[in-house]
Design a protein around this ligand. Structure first.
Ligand code: KG4
Ligand code: ZN
Length: 348
């Protein structure tokens, strides 16, 4: 067996600080010898009043919070700055102004302490978020990252050896949840609201389309589904100011089922195609109760092992950045101090 990270004979004594600021979470974490010692996150809830993340406000909030968040992460880990062996920070993909705050802070701290700096790809970090705590998937595994900005299926053969099987051609899964919630006159972020309301709804109330694209393709598309919901709401003359509770629940359940059917179908097809038994899920949409239920049912039926991290490691977090920083340090992969923010950084 290729084995999980905790079985690695390469365990080396190293203390890493990880910094995440790619969107609206300011987060820092400390990993000591591959074990997470702290993870402190400040979420910018104020964006909800604008119905989405406002980039300028996000970067200003990171700027205000970064010093305190890093200090708390060190304090909770019981680690002094002088004990750090490297600083890891996200450098993309994400909002450029937000990334620049954590990246500049991380580089400056590394220079001040005269230790290496490690730039981390945010999507790579999500892939490794299932390696933060036990139980961990063994290599090779299939990873589905589903968040507000990304929908991506990855075949992970070993640390830093992976193939992106497919991603979304338009909206991310979480983005579709957020946009449909907006059409329905619900709040932001829409995912948890739709998830809650759907529990009391009929998933067969409206037969919304499932976009599987070509059979065998691992690409996703959710904009057609979003448009179908819009046309349906127009057809029935839906008025968000006079919502009918049962109708909203039925629409939420029908929409949610259409998204989850596609996510589950493609993830399982990827696992079958590559003969992989371990499936890992990451990103904010991993909180979805139907996705969790469907995957765990399938796991029992078909003998898969499904891994979904704790919620604080599903959403954006410093722990996954620190963990990738640690793995990169094991392989001697440090970054040049001229590394710049890459808002569209691809995986691989
Ligand atoms: O990973 P995340 O915290 O931030 C990034 O986008 O990077 O993911 C946030 C996304 C939002 O689109 C939110 O609506 C969605 O995750 N989300 C959910 C649920 N909880 C959060 N989507 C469906 N069901 C949920 N329970
Ligand atoms: Zn993310």
């Amino acid at each position: 067996m290729a084995g999980a990270i905790h079985e690695s004979p390469l365990q080396i004594f190293m203390t890493i600080l990880g910094i995440e600021t790619s969107c609206d979470e300011t987060s820092a974490a400390v990993v000591v010898d591959g074990v997470l010692r702290s993870n402190v996150t400040a979420t910018q809830f104020f964006h909800s009043r604008y119905g989405g993340v406002v980039p300028e406000l996000a970067s200003r909030a990171h700027q205000q919070r970064i010093v305190v968040i890093v200090a708390k992460a060190l304090d909770r880990a019981g680690v002094e700055k002088s004990e750090l062996d490297a600083i890891a920070a996200v450098y993309g993909p994400g909002l450029v102004g937000s990334i620049l705050v954590g990246l500049s802070f991380g580089k400056a701290m590394a220079v001040g302490l005269n230790i290496p700096f490690v730039g981390v790809n945010h999507m790579e970090a999500h892939v490794f978020s299932n390696l933060i705590e036990d139980p961990k998937p063994s290599f090779p595994f299939i990873n589905l990252t589903v968040s507000g900005g990304h929908t991506q299926l990855v075949h992970v053969k070993a640390p830093f050896d992976y193939t992106v099987l497919g991603e979304t051609k338009d909206d991310a899964a979480g983005e579709a949840f957020d946009k449909v919630a907006k059409m329905l006159g619900l709040g932001y972020p829409g995912g948890p609201i739709i998830d809650n309301l759907a529990a009391a709804g009929n998933p067969k109330f409206v037969e919304f389309p499932r976009s599987y694209l070509d059979e065998g393709s691992f690409e996703f598309s959710f904009s057609g589904l979003k448009t179908s919901v819009l046309y349906y709401l127009r057809k029935i003359g839906y008025d968000p100011t006079t919502q009918n509770g049962k109708l909203v629940a039925d629409i939420c359940a029908s929409f949610q089922s259409a998204v989850i059917d596609v996510l589950v179908h493609k993830t399982v097809a990827a696992a079958e195609k590559h003969g992989v038994k371990d499936i890992a899920v990451a990103g904010g949409v991993a909180a979805n109760s139907q996705l969790r239920r469907r995957l765990s049912e399938l796991a029992k039926e078909r003998d898969y092992r499904v891994f979904i991290p704790k919620m604080e490691y599903c959403t954006d977090n410093g722990a996954m950045i620190a963990m990738v920083g640690y793995l990169k340090m094991l392989e001697g992969k440090t970054s040049d101090l001229e590394l710049t923010a890459e808002p569209n950084l691809p995986l691989g």
